[in-house]
Design a protein around this ligand. Structure first.
Ligand code: SPQ
Length: 426
């Protein structure tokens, strides 16, 4: 548990940890490449460590040094059968992406994870993988993990995904590496494209047109150096804190601003927040920049449609910003939040109501009538890292003390979160 109080202004500079989505993919794709992949600014959070453990279990040598990770790739067909069940921990990304890879191997495997993972929907990957001829089964018969996968030769498909999900898209594209022709995935709106960018930079033949990505099978992937930018989903908590706590000014260094992930920046501007984007760079197709925020008076906005996949993990902290803004914020088309590490819609509505906000849940989002003064409360994180950090930020601008239960779950994506927060408060 953690106690957080009303904050003095937050001031200073911060480098947030490496991007979680990119860190996972660097280990996975580096394992399938030939030669060594060197990863710098890798996120050593629990989720990415689960990915490392799974690939080690399949014979990949992965060296963790102080400032870098070295993945000695084994090539597309070089993985070996794991001697025991692969444990994906709390990580949806590990579970869904690895399933696409395992479907095309010449061995059988089983995957599982923690209580949250064993409730998250896997039917969304089971269905397209079966269309490709994969043998994949939910062992509890509820379309959730544990999963058993008997690897075999796969057929190419053109898949129309019903959800804008980078995990579904990536799973199918990875299975497509082992298919008998080009495999396509079309999404209703574009989700994060780190898989497409990184596989291309390792040598895969991949084309992207609109919301369709197509991959050719059996590429020769070659190991490379990958510098992981700071995670915009982690930066989001400090962007919000800097905007909300009067007198604050925070410079966040080298944050990934890939246009498929930068929705929060657009929302901050739409809410009237002071945000400067400085020193833009590009590495392996991934854009990054320094972000400077100053405390601002914010007003309500509308989040919906194609914007939603570009900020899906930031919606909890955007709800916090909306509670402190003047006027009404409406969030629509965000039903995916119900099937994350927790039901993030219900939990944000419940927690912000406890703190005194005027907030109402809807079928696919929420309506927040901002501008009420919030007070401290006891908040159950439900072991969801983004919930714990969102309420830690809300607590900074609320009156009195907030107690966050199971606050250590931030280890999933941001082990040093409370240390970094403390540093900016001094
Ligand atoms: O990996 P996991 O547990 O699914 O993590 C989350 C998060 O908040 O950290 C979601 F709960 O991020 C997902 C994100 O929501 C990471 C991700 C990826 O790396 O491909 C894609 C998004 O999920 P989805 O279902 O929209 O593809």
């Amino acid at each position: 548990m953690k106690f957080i109080h009303t904050a003095k202004p937050l001031k200073g500079e911060l480098s947030v940890p490496g991007d979680k989505s990119i860190s996972h993919r660097a280990v996975m794709f580096g394992s399938l490449a030939s030669g060594t992949t060197e990863i710098t600014h890798f996120l050593k959070g629990a989720d990415c460590l689960s990915t490392i453990r799974c690939f080690r279990q399949m014979g990949v040598e992965i060296e963790e040094q102080k400032d870098r990770i070295l993945v000695r790739g084994r090539g597309l067909h070089g993985l070996s059968a794991p001697s025991s069940v692969l444990d994906c921990g709390n990580s949806g990304t590990t579970t869904r992406l690895i399933s696409g890879i395992l479907a095309g191997q010449s061995f059988s495997s089983q995957l599982t994870g923690d209580a949250s993972i064993r409730k998250r929907p896997m039917g969304r990957i089971i269905r397209p993988l079966r269309q490709m001829g994969a043998s994949i089964e939910s062992l509890s018969g509820n379309d959730c993990a544990p999963l058993r996968i008997e690897g075999q030769p796969l057929h190419a498909i053109s898949y129309d995904s019903p959800v804008a999900s980078a995990q579904v898209k990536s799973c199918v594209l990875l299975a497509g590496l082992y298919a008998d022709g080009p495999t396509s995935v079309t999404e209703p709106a574009l989700s994060r494209n780190h898989t497409e960018l990184m596989l291309s930079s390792l040598g895969a033949e991949l084309t992207c047109r609109g919301t369709t990505a197509t991959i050719n099978p059996e590429p020769v992937l070659t190991g490379t150096s990958i510098h992981v930018p700071g995670d915009i989903s982690s930066a989001a908590f400090f962007l919000a804190a800097g905007l909300m706590v009067p007198g604050s000014e925070i410079l966040l260094k080298n944050v990934g601003i890939n246009p498929t992930r930068d929705g929060i920046l657009r929302v901050i501007r739409a809410m009237g927040g002071s945000l400067e984007i400085l020193n833009r760079t590009n590495s392996g197709g991934e854009e990054a920049a320094d972000l400077l925020v100053r405390s601002s008076s914010l007003h309500g906005t509308v989040l919906e449609g194609e914007l939603i996949p570009t900020l899906i993990d930031e919606i909890p902290v955007i709800a916090v910003l909306a509670a402190f803004a003047e006027g009404t914020t409406i969030i629509r088309n965000a039903e995916e939040l119900k099937v994350k590490e927790s039901n993030r819609l219900d939990i944000m509505v419940d927690g912000l109501s406890r703190m005194g906000a005027d907030i109402e849940g809807t079928d696919d989002g929420m309506i927040i009538r901002g501008g009420k003064s919030l007070h401290g409360a006891v908040i159950d994180s439900h072991l969801d890292h983004r919930i714990a950090m969102s309420f830690a930020v809300a607590a900074l601008a609320a009156d009195g003390e907030t107690e966050i239960l199971d606050a250590d779950c931030v280890n999933i994506s941001y082990p040093e979160f409370y240390r970094d927060l403390k540093m900016l408060l001094i």
